[in-house]
Design a protein around this ligand. Structure first.
Ligand code: PLP
Length: 230
């Protein structure tokens, strides 16, 4: 388990790198939220991260999140984001546990989420996940299908569409990563125009590429290893 001092130093370094990237792009660093990705991280370490000031956490497996936070919930001033693939048969759990679902990528999922959110009497913030790199092993809808998913979400009264998310391709080629992040922003702008609806959130950037993402307009960076170690 990572020690408090080490985690504090990691967090400070991540914050500084975000601030520098924001400055290069002429952005206010306060417009970039850190979503601390706590998959594989014990509950006690999540508490340490909270004590150090982090307030948004991300999990990519429903089962793990339920085990970690089901009986020992996060403090009420925190957000818990689902950032991983969501099976339709897990939806009833996630509408209770998560503050935002970042992995909406198909019409059948929109339908089931709407049904369960209504059942809970909740209106749940969501992002549409787009597979911009068109990597076959990645989740997310094809960019050409994004408008269809967006339209379904705008017609779902218990779901609140906030923006888009993507995962950069696994490559060390910076220009290719940058092109994918810029393409997500462009797609967001096009969808905003087409639907006359504001999509303020762009969730992009992880440990290996968050500075590029901030330069390209990310409002949420999802960071695991740079905070908690490998
Ligand atoms: C694991 C994960 C992250 C965090 O990755 P790191 O490289 O550890 O920062 C971000 N987003 C998603 C979807 C993930 O599964």
């Amino acid at each position: 388990m990572i020690e408090r001092d080490r985690l504090a130093a990691n967090l400070e370094r991540v914050r500084r790198r975000i601030a520098q990237a924001a400055e290069r792009a002429g952005r206010d660093p306060a417009t970039v939220k850190i979503v601390a990705v706590t998959k594989g991280v014990p509950r006690a370490t999540v508490q340490l991260a909270y004590d150090l000031g982090l307030r948004a956490f991300g999990e990519n497996r429903v089962q793990e999140a339920l085990q970690k936070f089901g009986t020992d919930p996060l403090p009420s001033d925190t957000e818990l984001h689902l950032i991983g693939y969501l099976q339709t048969n897990k939806v009833r759990h996630v509408v209770k546990l998560f503050s935002m679902i970042q992995s909406v990528d198909r019409l059948s999922l929109v339908e089931e989420l709407e049904r369960r959110a209504e059942g809970q009497g909740r209106r749940i913030p969501v992002l549409v996940q787009v597979n911009l790199a068109r990597e076959p092993q990645k989740h997310g809808c094809d960019p050409l299908e994004a408008a269809e998913v967006v339209r379904a979400l705008l017609e779902a009264p218990h779901l609140e569409l906030r923006g888009l998310i993507t995962v950069a391709p696994l490559t060390s080629c910076e220009s290719e990563i940058r092109r994918v992040f810029a393409a997500l922003r462009t797609l967001r702008d096009q969808l905003e125009d087409y639907f006359s609806y504001s999509l303020p959130e762009l969730s992009m950037g992880m440990t290996n590429d968050f500075e590029i993402a901030v330069e390209e307009g990310a409002t949420m960076v999802r960071i695991g290893r740079a905070l908690f170690g490998a």
